[in-house]
Design a protein around this ligand. Structure first.
Ligand SMILES: Nc1nc2c(ncn2[C@@H]2O[C@H](COP(=O)(O)OP(=O)(O)OP(=O)(O)O)[C@@H](O)[C@H]2O)c(=O)[nH]1
Ligand SMILES: [Mg+2]
Length: 328
């Protein structure tokens, strides 16, 4: 117990080694570690919530990591403390991760004001997202005042990251104008801002054209909204446009703080996180029961063969499970 309190104190003191150990603890799947992690998070909860949480999504190679590094350096220079996290569902399959194998952000990782953590591997997307969210709380408890979350642009992980940040930025490449139709409408609706990256050298004209097309598309998608998401261009490699981007993010968040949307969004996110965790936990409990697993397998075969109605089979399984719960 004393050891755990030491860890909480060390995290709260901003000790980076302790923060790394605390994140390892919340990422652990061992039952004993889970209890310790819950206690740690509960102890530190009053110290959380103080960071600006910004999610960054976009197709592979669009420049997310380069942007995060450049923006992170600017923020550190301005006296901010920046944590970088990632949600990469592919790492749950491969065990690798977007911030792990391909070691980028070399400069930022050497800054004492920055903390970079790759995506946790293993488990469902929901599990990975939950652990990233817990890592975010720990970073806040350790005094980081900006948390940047990189995610690879796939529908589900985008929703998961949108659900944990205050501002969700979509990165497009200069060539995306031709493909705007193809870009999932979902993420265009979800995002709070769009950045056309790589607006440098020969790509400037294409980037401007894409930004124009995107602005029109956003007007249609967000018709009638008081503050439709902004669209701008920048270059993560030259740094052009990045301070304007950050100012825009801060002023958007200042507006939403002033009119209450900021708090409301965080409250909704916390409640959805609870609901998601309950759903996932229930399913895990259900499927962990050996007899239920056997019954489920046989129900699947019968439903597939057209011998059983799916809803009737599901109700029967749930009834069996309830009986087993009340018996056990
Ligand atoms: N010209 C130009 N190239 C850039 C810019 N930003 C990134 N790149 C290049 O684009 C390539 C991909 O950049 P990353 O930052 O790794 O892209 P990413 O979106 O993080 O990629 P994944 O994590 O693999 O999805 C690298 O070769 C970068 O040097 C930019 O603003 N201008
Ligand atoms: Mg990357």
């Amino acid at each position: 117990m004393a050891h755990r309190n030491d860890l909480a104190t060390a995290v709260a003191d901003g000790d980076r080694g302790a923060l790394a150990r605390a994140i390892t603890l919340v990422e652990s799947q061992r039952p004993a570690d889970k209890a310790a992690a819950e206690q740690l998070l509960t102890t530190l909860l009053p110290r959380t919530g103080g960071a600006l949480r910004v999610g960054i999504t976009g197709a592979p190679g669009v420049g997310k990591s380069t942007l995060i590094e450049a923006l992170g350096m600017q923020l550190c220079d301005a006296g901010r403390r920046v944590a970088v996290l990632a949600v990469d569902p592919s790492s749950t399959v491969s065990g690798g991760s977007i911030l792990g194998d391909k070691t980028r952000m070399d400069q930022l990782s050497r800054r004492p004001e920055a903390f970079i953590r790759p995506s946790p591997g293993g488990g469902t997307l929901g599990g990975v997202a939950s652990r990233t969210q817990e890592a975010m709380l720990l970073c806040e408890a350790a005094g980081f005042d900006v948390v940047l979350v990189e995610t690879i642009g796939t529908g589900q992980s985008e929703v998961a990251v949108h659900d944990m940040v205050d501002f969700f930025l979509l990165l497009l490449s200069p060539a995306a104008g031709d493909e705007l139709q193809g870009i999932k409408r979902g993420v265009m609706e979800l995002c709070d801002g769009v950045l056309v990256n790589k607006a440098d050298g020969d790509l400037i004209a294409a980037a401007n054209a894409t930004a124009q097309q995107c602005t029109l598309a956003m007007r249609v998608l967000h018709a009638g909204e008081a503050n439709p998401p902004s669209v701008r261009t920048a270059s993560a490699t030259t740094g052009e446009g990045l301070s304007e981007l950050w100012r825009e993010i801060e002023s958007t968040l200042a507006r939403s703080r002033a009119d209450g949307r900021f708090t409301q969004r965080r409250q909704q996110q916390a409640v959805r996180w609870l609901e998601r965790s309950v759903r996932e936990g229930l399913q895990a409990l259900f499927e962990a029961d050996g007899q239920i697993r056997t019954a489920l397998a046989s129900a699947k075969a019968k439903v597939a063969a057209g011998e059983l109605v799916a809803t009737a089979a599901a109700n029967d399984l749930l009834r069996q499970w309830r009986n087993r719960c009340s018996a056990g």
